[in-house]
Design a protein around this ligand. Structure first.
Ligand code: NDP
Length: 444
């Protein structure tokens, strides 16, 4: 049996009931086959893949807090420190009822390669909790965040592990967590990124993932003979990534006609009104029905359906496994040119394969949404320097990083005879650096 198949079998046997983790490992290892096969003896002897698929350590802890009725609630917290061979662990904290160890491990595993691809010195980690901030008062969110950080603070630090936001963890949650860390540890350090501007945050961090997605998409389109002007774009989600992807797509001359949330989606024939979307989602924290109610050109639909709309570019920016094979078929039938993942693993393996077989340009999340973590690393640099850069400076560096990421994965794909296969290219480019560092650092 090949080394890749052996390790895949072992990962599934050793980590039962973690389907998302299996899916992520399978996707990465399958696409690394050409590199692994070229170095099979060496990697086997080093047990490189076994080491790569086993986190350095993982923490699971109780998070008790008191709700507004005086009732004690108990959630579960997680932090998985996956691999720090090229830098301190770095990766977001997801607060969502669906969170479990398998999801955190899949995200942490993907993060290793994404962080490596940015070219910056950051390792892979991820964390979160099954707490749902939706519908909670500010006081309840603060009580949860303080309890969560009371335990998490034992494992993190500016040179050890630097968490950030993710689904459900925005500026408010990061603020409460940072305050609690500072109180317990009595140190003022850049232990979290995505901080508010008044206490060490970076300009352009809020916009970074969505903007970065568009910088990479634009470069991919350009290198394949297309531009962004007048392209029709379908976006899913209406959170941080989706909002700023919509904004940048429109700045680049495209027209974004859809956004969605977990209950429904909006089609706006005039193009999404970003100011209104921000008002509904960032200020009122309301449903998309309010967007549709305020905008005559918009239709609201219950349930799924974003990918049934005819578009040139599809940008899934909501959550994992939201673009299925049937959606991929619909996109191809509608003449879609490119799909770039703003979310983490939003496209199923079958859907990805179908898109690639049908010559749709496909940029995987670990490359396409790396702008967020890249800018987090720029926030770490500014914190270390005790300086703040201007918006233009950060945005300029972000653009350079995203353009470089695209060329790195394009080159890696070409080197292994897989021209245009950006999934393989991203995995290879991310993997090569980590593998080299792991081997150089000996068995640890
Ligand atoms: P937010 O919490 O800001 O927004 C998530 C959006 O997705 C919301 O509109 C939410 O709708 C929707 N959504 C969540 N679950 C589902 C579901 N099951 N079906 C349909 N829609 C759903 O998160 P972000 O925008 O920050 O993150 C989105 C994705 O991007 C995630 O995969 C995240 O890991 C990834 N990512 C984020 C980065 C960042 O910097 N923020 C960096 C890199 C990746 P509702 O409001 O109804 O829940």
């Amino acid at each position: 049996m090949s080394y890749v198949d052996e390790v895949l079998e072992r990962v599934i046997a050793k980590n039962p009931a973690e389907p998302e983790f299996h899916q992520a490992v399978k996707e990465v290892l399958e696409s690394l086959r050409p590199v692994i096969e070229a170095n099979e003896e060496k990697y086997r002897k080093e047990a490189l893949l076994e080491r790569l698929t086993e986190p350095d350590r993982q923490f699971k802890f109780r998070v008790p807090w008191v709700d507004d009725k005086g009732q004690v609630q108990v959630n579960t917290g997680y932090r998985v420190q996956f691999n720090n061979s090229i830098g301190p662990y770095k990766g977001g904290l997801r607060l969502h009822p669906s969170v479990n160890l398998g999801i955190i491990k899949f995200l942490g595993f993907e993060q290793i390669f994404k962080n490596s691809l940015t070219g910056l010195p950051i390792g892979g980690g991820k964390g979160g909790s099954d707490f749902d901030p939706k519908g909670k008062s500010d006081r309840e969110v603060m009580a949860f965040c303080q309890s969560f950080m009371t335990e998490l603070c034992k494992y993190i630090g500016a040179d050890t592990d630097v968490p950030a936001g993710d689904i459900g963890t925005g500026a408010r949650e990061i603020g409460y967590m940072f305050g609690q860390y500072k109180k317990i540890k009595s140190v003022y350090e850049g232990v979290l990124t995505g901080k508010g501007l008044s206490y060490g945050g970076s300009l352009a961090r809020t916009e970074a993932t969505g903007y970065g997605l568009l910088y990479l998409t634009e470069e991919m389109m350009k290198c394949n003979g297309h531009d962004m002007k007048d392209k029709v774009v379908c976006i899913s989600g209406s959170g941080n990534v989706a909002i700023y992807a919509t904004q940048k797509a429109q700045q680049l001359g495209a027209k974004v006609v859809t956004v969605s949330d977990s209950t429904g989606w909006v089609y706006d024939s005039e193009g999404i009104d970003v100011a209104l979307l921000k008002e509904v989602k960032e200020v009122k924290r309301a449903r998309l029905t309010e967007y549709a109610a305020a905008r005559p050109s918009a239709e609201y639909h219950e349930g799924r359906g974003v990918w049934s709309v005819k578009c040139d570019i599809a940008l899934p920016c909501a959550t994992q496994n939201e673009l299925l094979l049937e959606d991929a078929k619909q996109l191809v039938a509608n003449g879609c040119i490119a799909v770039a993942e703003g979310a983490n693993m939003p496209t199923t393996l079958e859907a990805t394969e179908y898109l690639q077989q049908n010559k749709v340009l496909f940029a995987p999340g670990k490359a396409a949404n790396a702008g967020g973590v890249a800018t987090s690393a720029l926030e770490m640099s500014q914190n270390s320097e005790r300086l703040s850069w201007t918006f233009e400076e950060v945005d300029g560096k972000l653009k350079d990083i995203m353009v470089n990421i695209f060329h790195n994965l394009d080159d890696a794909a070409k080197r292994y005879g897989k021209e245009g296969d950006y999934v393989t290219g991203a995995n290879i480019a991310g993997f090569e650096k980590v593998a080299e560092a792991m081997i150089a650092q000996g068995v640890c």
